[in-house]
Design a protein around this ligand. Structure first.
Ligand code: GYE
Length: 328
């Protein structure tokens, strides 16, 4: 009997050790790399709220297809509870890696701890989480949103360098609590604070959607008839603002200037048409880099903790030039 208990204890220890190994090194650490066609990755997407998101989803699906890695994909319709449910189901299915783009920054610790306890590495794509525990994810791949906000602010600062009167700005914010909404507001505010004439007179969320941008602009134009410029946290909300401005009998790009972030096709077309004045690029093409990270995890390597996407900006002239070759 004693012997049996001893054996059981030894077995339990082995299990515990294996658990430790997989926590640190990912799926492959104890058994060596799996063939790619045996890997399974769960991806919990935010939703389909914008042109950016659609391009991002397409690019990720294409990259998995090309790499021959199985992808379990879910669309959370911009709801955190749906994303958490999806992640829990991936844990239950014992996928090799979980990747997701967190709709908001906070509230992830519990579910990410569950993934960690199950020994499943997590990769953040596109958006960040706000957690003190950096061991809850292996790598974070995406843009520097503060820098994007700063670039938008810099254009506004230059455009109104000679202004002697107050310049009234409306800000259309992204989803409340989302990393790109928080950071794009922060970078922009920081840069425009250099000129006290630049004043954000109203700032409201349009939830990163065209309909949201239109609705908020309609209302804010009424309460702020003297507005000079709209800063939208993404192209879609800027495109919604264009509709609202035109419906009010004004000319977007002239009577009211517009600066946005993303540079998706529809945004670039509006920029080329003179209805938007400046776009800060945010690339949705994260698929190939995500595959690289997954391969590194599978090989037992440690991916870089933060991988920042390279991006540019577009004026109206640059948009006309770039449009024919634009992929998304
Ligand atoms: O800018 C916006 C989308 O997280 C960077 O989400 C992404 C943002 C993008 O809905 O269009």
């Amino acid at each position: 009997m004693k012997k049996l208990i001893g054996l059981a204890a030894a077995g339990a220890m082995l299990v515990a050790l294996a658990g430790c190994a997989s926590e640190g090194g990912g799926a492959a650490a104890e058994s060596g790399p799996k063939p790619l066609d045996e890997l399974v990755v769960g991806f919990a997407q935010v939703g389909a709220e914008s042109g950016w998101r659609t391009a991002n989803t397409k690019d990720i699906q294409a990259a998995f297809e090309e790499a021959g890695i199985e992808l379990k994909f879910s669309d959370a319709q911009q709801k955190q509870e749906n994303q958490i449910k999806a992640i829990r189901s991936y844990i239950q299915q014992q996928v090799d890696v979980i990747a997701f783009s967190p709709v908001v920054e906070t509230g992830w610790d519990a579910v990410l701890n569950e993934a960690k306890a199950a020994g499943i590495p997590v990769v953040l794509t596109d958006r960040a989480v706000d957690s003190k525990d950096e061991s809850l994810y292996v790598s974070f791949l995406g843009s520097d949103f503060v820098k994007e906000g700063e670039k938008a602010g810099q254009w506004v600062l230059d455009e109104y360098a000679d202004a002697t009167e107050p310049v009234e700005i409306i800000q259309l914010e992204g989803t409340t609590g989302a990393a790109p909404a928080i950071d794009r507001a922060e970078g922009f505010a920081e840069v425009i604070s250099e000129n006290p004439n630049l004043e954000v007179v109203a700032s409201q969320t349009g939830d990163f959607t065209r309909a949201g941008g239109k609705q908020v602009t309609e209302a804010l134009l009424k309460s702020n008839p003297g507005v000079d410029l709209i800063y939208a946290h993404n192209d879609d909300m800027g495109l919604g603002a264009i509709e609202a401005i035109e419906a009010a009998g004004l000319k977007p790009g002239e009577d009211i200037k517009i600066v946005t972030v993303d540079a998706v096709k529809d945004g670039m077309q509006a920029l080329a048409d003179g209805k938007i004045n400046f776009i800060v690029e945010c690339s949705p093409l994260l698929g190939k880099q995500l595959i690289e990270i997954i391969k590194q995890i599978n090989d037992g390597e440690t991916p870089q903790k933060r991988i920042i996407t390279e991006e540019t900006t577009f004026t109206q002239e640059q948009a006309i030039e770039a449009l024919p070759d634009r992929q998304y």
